[in-house]
Ligand binder design. Sequence first.
Ligand code: NAI
Ligand code: NA
Length: 415
Amino acid sequence: CWIELKRISTLFYQTKKISIMIIEPRTRGFICLTSHPTGCEQNVINQIAHITSKGKIDGAKKVLVLGASTGFGLASRITSAFGSEAATIGVFFDKQPTVGRPGSPGYYNTAAFEKHAHAAGLYAKSVNGDAFSNEIKDQVVQLIKEDLGQIDLVIYSLASPVRTHPNTGKRFKSVLKPIGEVFTNKTVDFHTGAVSEISINPAEGDDIENTVTVMGGEDWKMWMDALQAENLLSEGAITVAYSYIGPDVTRPVYRNGTIGAAKDHLEATAFAITDDLKSIGGKAYVSVNKALVTQASSAIPVIPLYISLLYKIMKAKGIHEGCIEQMQRLFSQRLFGGDLALDEKGRIRVDDWEMRADVQAEIAELWKKATSENLPEIGDLQGYSDEFFSLFGFKVLGVDYDADVNEVVVIPSEQ
Ligand code: NAI
Ligand code: NA
């Protein structure tokens, strides 16, 4: 009967070209098929409030964010806009909503971000399309020429399982596999809480090369080349891409696996780009960030169990951070705080609290003990699950999920 009512009201509003519905989470495996515009907006509002509460950052004024709609990229955009009053251009690949079909969370996040940025008098425009393509690069180059002239900071925060190479049209798929031998360890299904053992077969064939092609540094360099060729980078411009290292327990499948090979390539590319930027005194950096619940990390086996233990321990020690806290610290203390505190490989480290010896020692202990029975107690399974749903705008505090909502939201600059 509720379904009937909903259908009738949807039909009624469809005739008026607007739609009103109640949206609930629908999950399949580690993805959620629906998302909630009001919840996504509330997440953006909360992130803006965090940045505003921390005070001004003397940072870049014209910022291009690639992968700007969720996770670290969205947090970087919010930090730039609301911490440094920066004009921002955001690039992402998201599903626009249609009547009866919610868009992807990044679409709603960006609609909310632009709305609040514009209300604060800030320039914010967005480009929704495949950042790996020549077409989208051309479109962004054109937009910068018309609106901003030059860019001071380029954030590279793309996370994608596939890439169509712009020169050949060939489509590459990345895989999450160990290299050399089978990796067996514990993992958790964070929807059911079931802890089990999982075995992952090692990379074969072109797995490593393909993963490096998708998640390595080639596209980052292509972006920087395209911008520099048109003189769109200001004197002393910087660019930052995000990487991850993590603990011993995930090393075979993450840092020493196929994705780690891509991160090695990304990190090496920073030096190549810095070389290219010599004439304008520019620099390319990689920032190693903390493990966080995002759409990308939920897909990696073993990582959800690690994150649920990590969250529990870091919350207990009062050093837990989400994407926005990480980016606030990266921008205010490292990038624009006068002390990059680079490691021996020239990387910025905001995973420093995650990697603290006391934190890692406790995780190693708990890792051995973790079972389906004790994980709700020794790990932050609830926190993991809540944060996963919150990525899609669900289970966000203060949102009335029984209220009807118009799912057909439009990003202001795309209108
Ligand atoms: P995410 O999945 O939240 O964000 C990915 C962004 O890339 C989204 O805005 C999406 O729309 C965009 N995107 C994907 N494919 C695209 C395409 N073809 N064209 C245009 N835009 C596209 O990912 P997350 O977790 O924020 O990851 C960003 C970076 O941070 C990645 O390099 C990841 O490896 C790194 N990182 C992630 C950590 C984590 O625990 N989540 C930890 C440390 C680093
Ligand atoms: Na991102």
